[in-house]
Ligand binder design. Structure first.
Ligand SMILES: NC(=O)c1ccc[n+]([C@@H]2O[C@H](COP(=O)([O-])OP(=O)(O)OC[C@H]3O[C@@H](n4cnc5c(N)ncnc54)[C@H](OP(=O)(O)O)[C@@H]3O)[C@@H](O)[C@H]2O)c1
Length: 283
């Protein structure tokens, strides 16, 4: 039976470190603050937002929210970015996505000032990640690495297969694995014969958003399975991987819910504190 890689114990260790750092900053009269920018209703982000608020309250990290009309122009959004960049009381910015189509089309999230881009999705931070320099790392990929490290799962030399190539998950995660000397394959919707790749994976990551995309016949015996996907099935949150079908064959698997998602929010908090620190050094 596969070991279940719960996110909670890893999150608890991260929480302790984050709380200590917040305390240290508050003693210096610095109040770490996240600004959440919502454009339009953006109902897709509701659960994520609720969870962020719950965790950040526990960690004593301030949140301020800004809501804008979905018809806001690109130029106006750039003005808001400028305000956020100059506001010394705001240390990091989270822009709820997807943006309205006219802004998403222009990748407006990628133009956020890099020093406040704690989701690591600005061109500069993604570019730094690409060349292997220090950057804000996108939160879900960072969460995967935190989880693997917490459970002492070695990465170097491993055959890693990632299903999904999005800008915020699959691609940056591939770069992180590469940096840690894994051999990485990225699969996507046009990949022919998906299982011929997944069967070779010592570490298999699914970041698709389709339940059952990975089943027991598609995995290697003794593999580590990281399930990033989130899907609602009959009102229940489930991952991409057919848990029942893989549990006897895999060595370890992250559950959904309770796996990577739990750590993603801590990764956001970690990046926020990193932004505060960089700001401190800069002043
Ligand atoms: N737990 C967390 O913290 C967390 C955080 C972020 C996202 N998520 C979840 O992770 C999943 C992925 O998120 P995302 O933002 O990366 O989604 P996305 O932008 O929709 O990307 C999905 C990826 O899956 C690929 N794909 C779709 N159908 C496929 C198929 N049949 N075979 C192989 N690949 C296929 C797509 O390929 P193409 O590129 O060819 O279209 C795409 O690269 C979603 O369920 C999301 O809710 C969870």
């Amino acid at each position: 039976m596969a070991e279940i890689l719960w996110g909670k114990p890893c999150a608890e260790v991260m929480d302790e470190k984050i709380k200590e750092e917040v305390k240290r900053l508050k003693e210096k009269n610095i109040n770490p603050t996240l600004s959440i920018v919502r454009i339009g209703e953006n109902k897709e982000a509701e659960t994520y937002l609720r969870n962020i608020k719950k965790v950040f309250q526990k960690l004593e990290i301030e949140i301020e929210e800004r809501n804008y009309d979905e018809k806001i122009s690109f130029e106006k959004l750039m003005e808001i970015y400028k305000e956020l960049k100059e506001d010394k009381n705001i240390h990091g910015v989270l822009i709820l996505r997807p943006l309205p189509p006219h802004l998403e089309k222009l990748s407006a999230y990628a133009l956020l000032p890099e020093e406040k881009d704690i989701e690591g999705l600005s061109y500069i931070n993604l570019g730094r990640l690409f060349v292997g320099e220090e950057s804000f790392i996108p939160c879900t990929p960072l969460a995967v690495m935190e989880l693997l490290d917490y459970y002492n799962i070695s990465i170097e030399g491993k055959d890693v297969v990632i299903i999904g190539r999005s800008i915020s998950v699959g691609r940056p995660l591939a770069l992180l694995f590469l940096k840690r000397n894994a051999t990485v394959t990225i699969c996507h919707s046009k990949t022919k014969d998906l299982s011929s790749y997944t069967k070779r994976a010592e570490i298999l990551v699914s970041a698709v958003g389709k339940t059952g995309i990975v089943n027991g016949e598609m995995i290697k015996e003794g593999s580590i399975l990281i399930d990033i996907g989130t899907n609602m099935v009959n009102g229940k949150l489930v991952g991409d991987i057919d848990f029942e079908g893989v549990k006897e064959k895999a060595k370890a698997i992250t559950p959904v819910p309770g796996g990577v998602g739990v750590i993603t929010i801590r990764a956001l908090a970690k990046n926020l504190l990193e932004a505060v620190k960089r700001n401190e050094v800069g002043n």
